[in-house]
Design a protein around this ligand. Structure first.
Ligand SMILES: [Zn+2]
Length: 308
């Protein structure tokens, strides 16, 4: 799933290509992906794209007020979407002129075309989704805050407001595992399963460490790790075209998705251990026992089978 660094790069990528262009048409491929019906997607046609913004892991294509259609005019419209696990943006300088045929979606195993945005010069982009569980969500709204999951987003971790004191407040608000807090969009916006693994490794914390147990020194270390890991990932993703972002994300990982490979250690000194994992029904997390859990592997059925 794309997280803050990839979504930020996607926003830059789309902003560069769509700003100043007029939306020619929006075609729905998957009716299940479209979560709103008023205003209709057709209301975007004829409007100029003025910006592409990011809210947490959400993308927000902003279309100007439409002077030509009084019924829908007045305020700008926002096409906001969340790519979720299998969703992606596919850009084309010259889209096929064949209209997209709508389907109910949800049942197909392969990648589906959920939504197509056509611009006035024939270019545009598709929102696609792969996998059996289709969760891509598209909303057309007058204000992004109309989407509850956007309105409830927590602090942006790279914004100046995200101070060590703010992090301390989040840690002490409710005692829970740190891994869960980092992924909680209502606490901190934009961090998911992959970057929380990376942040915990960079800060040398067990994913199970209780948030109530953080000392001021540990809180400061975690704050630094969040900032450094995300800034580094943004630098790596920035300027890359949409189709290269997934590989760039994978290549930059220290522990996430690297089960069984040598841990890169920290401060440039390898620790000699290998990356371990704990697997759950729908995801897994990776960590290094030497760097993060005092050398003691966390319990995991699959991992113990792998090592036997
Ligand atoms: Zn290590």
């Amino acid at each position: 799933m794309p997280e803050l660094p990839e979504v930020a790069a996607l926003a830059d990528f789309l902003r560069e290509r769509t700003s100043g262009r007029t939306v020619a048409a929006v075609e729905v491929g998957s009716i299940a992906a479209l979560k709103t019906f008023d205003p209709p997607v057709d209301a975007l046609a004829g409007r100029e794209v003025t910006d592409v913004a990011r809210h947490g892991k959400w993308l927000d294509l902003v279309a100007s007020a439409a002077p030509t259609s009084p019924g829908h005019g007045g305020a700008p419209l926002h096409l906001v979407f969340h790519l979720s696990r299998g969703g992606w943006v596919r850009w084309s300088d010259a889209l096929s002129t064949k209209p997209v045929r709508p389907s109910l979606g949800g049942s197909s195993r392969g990648a589906i075309l959920a939504l197509r945005v056509r611009l006035d010069d024939g270019s545009g982009f598709d929102l696609t989704e792969a996998g059996t569980r289709k969760r891509l969500a598209v909303h057309v709204v007058r204000d992004p805050a109309e989407v509850e999951m956007i309105a409830s987003l927590g602090v942006e971790p790279l914004a100046p407001e995200f101070t060590t004191e703010v992090l301390a407040g989040l840690l002490s608000a409710r005692n829970q595992q740190i891994k869960g807090l980092l992924r909680d969009q209502r606490a901190i916006a934009g961090i998911g399963n992959a970057y929380s693994d990376e942040i915990l490794h960079a800060g040398r914390f067990s994913p199970y460490k209780q948030t109530g147990s953080f000392t001021p020194e540990e809180t400061a270390r975690l704050h630094t790790a969040i900032g450094e890991v995300l800034a580094e990932a943004i630098a790596a993703a920035s300027g890359k075209p949409a189709k290269e972002l997934k590989d760039a994300k994978r290549a930059g990982m220290r522990v996430h998705g690297r089960t069984g490979l040598p841990c890169p250690g920290w401060n440039g000194i390898p620790c000699g251990d290998i990356v371990h994992e704990v697997s759950f029904a729908d995801r897994s997390m990776q960590y290094c026992p030497t760097c993060q859990t005092g050398g003691k592997p966390l319990a995991d059925r699959r991992m113990s089978k792998l090592l036997r």
